[in-house]
Design a protein around this ligand. Structure first.
Ligand code: CTP
Length: 405
């Protein structure tokens, strides 16, 4: 694997990433842009990776095998390229196809998968130029991990913080898996918390972020599945290899899910669906002075998971989720039986390790055959990978559930 380090403050996380990778047995080589050298020392990276570091193009002193063509050797040698951190400038250079330093040249010359971990200030990440560069790169098959919302170099909070090294590792591991365990499968994932309107500006919602569903959708796509993500998350991801269907309410989610169900082999119902909605949402904004008290009448929303289990094709496998504050296993078991799905992933959402809204989770996977499998506290990408391993097992016991080629 080659790690391409670009010039941003998140470059200080690269030494830790290399240490973790080497602990996992990876052979890591490092290429640096000129700006990266201001943030992290070449000597440290050399010591940690156990190899010389590549920082100059066409330098006879920096060669892997041949005489001074390091970019071509690195491009051919790597099983995967990680761009960590990917700055706005490095994304722009990749999108433009520049090849004027060892990093850009290697990335242009390779046919191995490329995974970028963007890190920059929110305004730079949201700028139309960066958005368009990301679209271009996604369209060319470049993989993204993050960025996430968090504290930025400026001290402000916002979207643009680099994904944690453990998340980068989990996505890289997914990309390096022998591909195709889910090839030919149609996978439907739901995510986010549904929003049930009170009036045109207010809604009943919950703390779900949509990150778990997104990690499941990305993980399934990287295993070869054809993935649709029906999401009620406010953060609608821009993904090249996943069909994203934005919805707001439980009813809209139900409609979109049922339309796709007949052709689906695996449903991962990670959405936090509101259980109640207002019986009569106001058509105009409610004003504070309109009445001294406001009572809302709430009526139940449809049970999407229940409808899926009742109407699914026989070979389709269904995974439900449950966020519980207490008696996680017992409540999860009861819910698995009540909902009739093949597996239920129960997350504790109280105490220090709450899965709701954050980037990490722990869970216990409860299977209809009685097994209970602990998934320890880890990034949602890693948790998603364990869930997908189990879902693959479920599909394996489901003959005829693969799409004809
Ligand atoms: N779910 C659903 N439709 C609903 C509510 C929940 O499809 N109206 C799904 C969720 O997506 C999740 C599973 O059912 O996969 C369990 O959700 P949860 O809210 O924990 O269960 P509830 O059915 O709401 O039961 P309870 O209120 O007793 O927790």
């Amino acid at each position: 694997m080659v790690i391409h380090v670009c010039g941003g403050i998140a470059a200080v996380k690269v030494p830790g990433l290399i240490t973790d990778l080497r602990r996992e047995g990876a052979d890591v080589r490092v290429a640096l842009t000129g700006a990266a050298a201001s943030f992290v020392s070449s000597l440290s990276l050399q010591a940690l990776s156990g190899h010389q570091v590549y920082s100059r193009l066409l330098d006879p002193g920096e060669n892997l095998d041949g005489p001074g063509m390091a970019h071509l050797d690195l491009a051919a040698w790597a099983d995967i390229h990680l761009v960590v951190p990917a700055t706005a400038s490095s994304l722009a250079r990749m999108a433009a196809g520049l090849a004027d330093d060892v990093v850009s040249s290697t990335l242009l010359a390779t046919s191995a998968p490329v995974l970028v971990a963007p890190a920059m200030e929110t305004n730079m990440w949201c700028h139309p130029a960066t958005r368009s560069n990301c679209q271009t790169l996604l369209g060319r098959g470049v993989h993204f991990v993050g960025p996430v919302v968090g504290r930025l170099a400026s001290g402000k909070l916002g979207e643009g913080r680099m994904a944690e090294p453990s998340q980068v590792l989990a996505v890289a591991a997914e990309l390096l898996r022998p591909s195709g365990e889910l090839t030919g499968r149609r996978v439907l994932v739901t995510s986010g918390g549904t929003r049930e309107p009170i009036d045109p500006v207010r809604f009943i919602g919950n703390r779900s972020s949509g990150w778990m569903g997104l990690a499941l959708a990305e993980g399934a796509a990287s295993r070869g599945a054809t993935v649709t993500l029906v999401t009620a998350s406010a953060l609608v991801p821009r993904l090249a290899n996943i069909q994203v269907v934005p919805v707001e309410t439980a009813q809209e989610m139900l409609d979109e899910v049922l339309t796709r169900l007949p052709a689906t082999q695996l449903v991962l119902m990670a959405a936090a669906v509101a259980d109640y909605r207002s019986s009569a949402p106001a058509t105009a904004k409610l004003h504070r002075g309109d009445s001294p008290r406001l009572a809302l009448e709430l009526v139940p929303t449809p049970d999407i998971l229940g409808e899926i289990v009742a109407r699914k094709p026989q070979s389709c496998r269904v995974v439900g989720f449950a966020a519980e504050t207490e008696d996680v296993r017992a409540r999860g078991r009861a819910k698995l039986a009540r909902k009739g799905c093949d597996m239920l992933v129960a997350n504790p959402v109280s105490g220090a390790h709450s899965a709701m809204g954050g980037q990490q989770a722990e869970a216990v996977a409860l299977l209809a055959d009685g097994r209970e499998i602990e998934i320890p506290w880890a990034s949602k990408q890693e948790v998603a990978a364990r869930i997908l391993d189990l879902a693959e097992e479920l599909l394996g016991s489901s003959p005829g559930s693969r799409d004809p080629a």
